[in-house]
Design a protein around this ligand. Structure first.
Ligand SMILES: Cc1ncc(COP(=O)(O)O)c(C=O)c1O
Length: 465
């Protein structure tokens, strides 16, 4: 009995309604406009300025969800949501998320909830095996890749600067990443107080991969100038074009120079799970840390970022601080997650990943990812053959970057028109100084027909320009 909460009968009634809503939504997401037709501030204006003083009936809340919230949604679960990196909340993942909310445990210490702490180790070990990484990698779950990468850079700094914990950071540490690395790398360095002038953006080759020769040269120049190179981040699946940095060569440089090597495989790690794509992570087994986001391409509802680290002692050096009120038993099998990260508490994220990995299994994941990549290749060939368009970068994963030949402005307008149509959603980028359109395939509901419906919409709008 929880006298202050809704009764079990009420929960059942509204719970069934919500589950019905979700089942219907997942079945019909493709019938919605992908993005709403609304102006900024419309939802704020439609909702009361203050929270209610007296509680309201659930019927009213659910009715407003339908009437006000749903029309303001971008449907990331839509089969023609091709912007940024497209994602999926699978049925299995949603069920795991529901149960995690219900049990509402906190995974800060083993003794705060053995189930969530131990399941986190189990799913991270399973995922590590799917990625082909060695057992020496310790895994834990963060909310986002931005957090995972921040933790990696913080651990790298602690490993490089023995006085950090007591005296604060010594100046002069320098971090390296390709000019196409995600902004979260630079943001991580900024958050740690490193300063933008200590982040080197290394040039890329014709296929947008970090050039190891330029990396070596930059490290040498920094050493010459009295700086302290300490960390390099390579990317497997860059955000702009899904290019794949030469991880093995970068790892060799990192080993030679004594740098921490973090691999950002936030998106591309899932593609690298396929047997035919194993080469993408070659050398990553010797790196110091790696991030992959199941909430991007592994059908897990946002948020869930998987962070692997071969030097957990450096994470502890950077992040462990145990006040008496959090002290617990010393048992090597009782992992206390708070010792390896900034947040103390976290929710039971491992549950939804466990549901997803069990219900899909490795073979089905591979089949789906393989199809997404094949459709992207097929689409790239078709776009390249169209006289009005050009494909601007290779498509090694499931992202196609293209543009109408000619100036930027019509391309920007085309993107707006496609998105305004409600049929599909794409995002844009500037690559080599030119505006380009990005079409990512990654949603569980996407079919080949959806991909080509989007392309048809793009072509039709372009022909009317
Ligand atoms: C390569 C790469 N790294 C990191 C991120 C940041 O991901 P998150 O939103 O989980 O912080 C992204 C986001 O798209 C990405 O593409």
């Amino acid at each position: 009995m929880r006298p202050q909460d809704m009764s079990p009968d009420e929960f059942r009634k509204f719970g069934y309604e919500v589950v019905d809503w979700i089942a219907r939504y997942l079945d019909t997401t493709g019938e919605y406009r992908v993005v709403p037709e609304m102006q900024p501030g419309e939802l704020v204006d439609a909702l009361p300025k203050s929270a209610p003083v007296k509680g309201e009936p659930m019927e009213a809340i659910l009715a407003d969800f339908d009437k006000l919230i749903v029309p303001a949604l971008n449907h990331w679960n839509h089969p023609r949501f091709h912007g940024y990196f497209s994602v999926s909340a699978s049925g299995a993942g949603i069920l795991g998320e529901m149960l995690a909310a219900a049990v509402n445990v906190n995974s800060m210490l083993w003794k705060s909830c053995p189930a969530s702490v131990e399941l986190e180790q189990v799913v991270m070990s399973w995922l590590r095996q799917w990625l082909g990484l060695p057992e020496s990698f310790f895994g834990l779950i963060h909310d986002t890749a931005s957090s995972s990468t921040l933790h990696a850079i913080g651990a790298a700094r602690a490993a490089a600067d023995p006085g950090l914990r007591t005296e604060g950071g010594a100046p002069g540490l320098v971090l390296y990443a390709s000019e196409h690395a995600h902004s979260s790398v630079e943001k991580g360095a900024l958050s740690l107080g490193m300063g933008q002038q200590n982040v080197r953006k290394i040039g890329v080759d014709a296929e947008y991969r970090m050039r190891p020769d330029l990396l070596s040269a930059a490290i040498a120049a920094d050493r010459e100038a009295g700086k302290k190179p300490f960390c390099v981040v390579s990317t497997v699946g860059t955000t702009s074009v899904t290019s794949i940095d030469p991880v093995k060569e970068i790892q060799a440089i990192a080993a030679r120079e004594g740098l921490w090597h973090h691999v950002d495989a936030a998106y591309g790690g899932v593609a690298a799970m396929l047997p035919e794509n194993r080469w993408m992570l070659e050398g990553a087994g010797e790196a110091d840390s790696l991030v992959v986001n199941p909430h991007k391409w592994l059908f897990t509802p946002i948020d869930l970022s998987a962070f692997f680290c071969r030097r957990p002692e450096a994470l502890r050096e950077a992040y462990s601080l145990v006040p008496e009120y959090l002290a617990s038993q010393e048992n090597p099998r009782a992992v206390n997650l708070m010792d390896y990260r900034i947040p103390l508490g976290s929710r039971f994220r491992a549950l939804k990943l466990w549901f997803v990995m069990r219900s899909f299994g490795y073979e089905k994941v591979c089949r789906i990812i393989r199809k997404h990549c094949a459709w992207a290749r097929e689409l790239a060939v078709e776009i390249a053959a169209h006289p009005q368009f050009e494909v601007v970068a290779p498509a090694p994963m499931s992202l196609v970057c293209f543009r109408m030949k000619g100036p930027d402005e019509p391309n920007r307008e085309l993107l707006e028109q496609v998105n305004r149509s409600g049929v599909a959603f794409l995002s844009g980028n500037v690559l080599d100084g030119r505006f380009v359109l990005r079409l990512a395939i990654g949603n569980l509901g996407t079919t080949r027909e959806d991909v080509f419906t989007t392309w048809e919409k793009v072509r039709t709008l372009a022909s009317q320009a």
